[in-house]
Structures are given as C-alpha cells and as structure tokens.
Design a protein around this ligand. Structure first.
Ligand code: SAM
Length: 218
C-alpha cells in the first residue's frame, strides 16, 4: 500500500492552504488547531493577539521573533484588512490574520493546549455600567483562555481603564490554574509595555497603564 498514492491524500484543501494571510470566520472549522495554519513545524510556538487594531504590536513582535508563529484576531473588518496589508508588505510568513469574534474563537473553536501566548491589549472598556457585560474579560472567557493555552503558556493583558483592570484582576484571581507572574519584556528597543497605537496615544496623554501576566500551571 503506497500511502502517498492520491487515494490516501487529503483532497479537501483548508482555507490556509491558499497562502492567504487573511482568513474569514466562515473559512475555519467548528474546532481547529491554529498550528495547522502555518507551513512551519507544528512544534513551533504560536501566539494569538486579540483585537489587533492597526497591528502595530503584532508587526513589531512578529518581525523581531521570526521563530514564533502569530495569529492576529480582529472583528472590525477594516482593521483586519489594514493589518493584513501591513503583514503582506512586511512579507511576514509567520503571521495569519483572522477576521472573527475572539470570544467565539476562544470559547468554542481553538483546541486545547494549542497556544503559547494570548495577548489582549487595550480591550474595549465598555465604561457604561449597563454595557459592562459586553466586556471580553469574563469568567467563562478566562476559563477557555486557560484551556487553549499549553501548560506554562501565558495570558497577557494591558489596559488604561482602572475599573476594568480591577474587574480583570478579580476574574483572574478566581480562575483556577493561573498564577500571576511579572510582565515579560516583549519588544526590543521600546520604552512601551507593548507599543500598540492605543498605548502610545495614552502615554502621550499621561494616562496610567495597567498590566498583568498570568501563567497556566497544571
Ligand atoms: C480599543 S481597540 C485596541 C486596539 C489595539 N489592541 C491597540 O491597543 O491599539 C480594541 C480592538 O479590539 C477589537 N475587538 C473588540 N472586541 C473584539 C472581539 N470580541 N473579537 C475580536 N476583536 C475585538 C476592536 O475592533 C478594536 O480594534
């Protein structure tokens, strides 16, 4: 039996076989392993950035860390396209973009133990009390971030919003299987924590920046 005979080859191409940087929610399956999106060996680490906006952090980190694969997630189509264009122009073959709702992605689509880092920088704060429930960082979401992380994997959060940060700290303190660690140095040659557009704008305005880093233990 020849295993490479056409009879045994997988004939249905996945969306990411096309070489496209930008993938749409409808292209991905109900459940998938993000490591399969890349042509690189599957044991390479993968980092997921949620809400990339204009992609400044993603571009900088993926350029500096070519040995890591990156999946950027953004549900605003215009920003997803904008960042994808930057990725193409920078010829970064270690980045894929997904235009999708990260809540759905994390809570039901990413498989267990598949991601090395999850980055969430300046998530929408939904400051009005009646809108607080739209915030991304909720107990169920955090539980699933832990599920998709590999043991020893990290969940990194930064915000300028004090009250949202206090909520985040309460939620993660109650989440089993996470321990807080010092926030890692992610970028070379930068005085910023993560150097996103929102961080740069808020630092100029003199606003405080709050950050936390968590590690998944078994
Ligand atoms: C305040 S902006 C911050 C953008 C960028 N991280 C920065 O710091 O410059 C929040 C971004 O997250 C995106 N976003 C919010 N909720 C999301 C979700 N559930 N899934 C994917 N993207 C989301 C928004 O469209 C927006 O681009």
């Amino acid at each position: 039996m020849r295993l490479n005979s056409p009879k045994y080859l997988v004939t249905t191409p996945r969306a990411w076989d096309s070489g496209d940087v930008l993938l749409d929610e409808k292209h991905i399956g109900e459940q998938f392993d993000p490591r399969e999106m890349f042509d690189t060996p599957s044991q390479r680490p993968i980092e997921v950035e949620i809400g990339v906006g204009k992609g400044t952090f993603l571009l900088q980190r993926a350029t500096q860390r070519r040995e890591i694969d990156f999946l950027g997630v953004e549900y605003a189509r215009a920003y997803a396209i904008y960042t994808t264009d930057r990725v193409r122009r920078a010829q970064l073959d270690n980045v894929k973009m997904l235009c999708a709702d990260a809540k759905q992605l994390v809570e039901s689509q990413l498989v267990d133990d598949s991601v090395w880092r999850v980055h969430v920088y300046f998530p929408d704060p939904w400051p009005k009390r009646r809108h607080n429930r739209r915030r991304l960082i909720q107990p169920l979401f955090v539980e699933h971030v832990r599920r998709v992380l590999q043991p020893g994997g990290q969940f990194l959060l930064v915000t300028d919003h004090r009250e949202y940060f206090e909520q985040i700290i309460r939620v993660v303190a109650d989440a089993p299987g996470f321990a807080r660690i010092p926030f890692p140095q992610l970028l070379e040659d930068s005085d910023h924590v993560v150097g996103t557009n929102f961080e740069k704008k808020y630092v100029k305005q003199g606003r405080p920046i709050f950050k936390t880093a968590l590690i998944k233990y078994i």
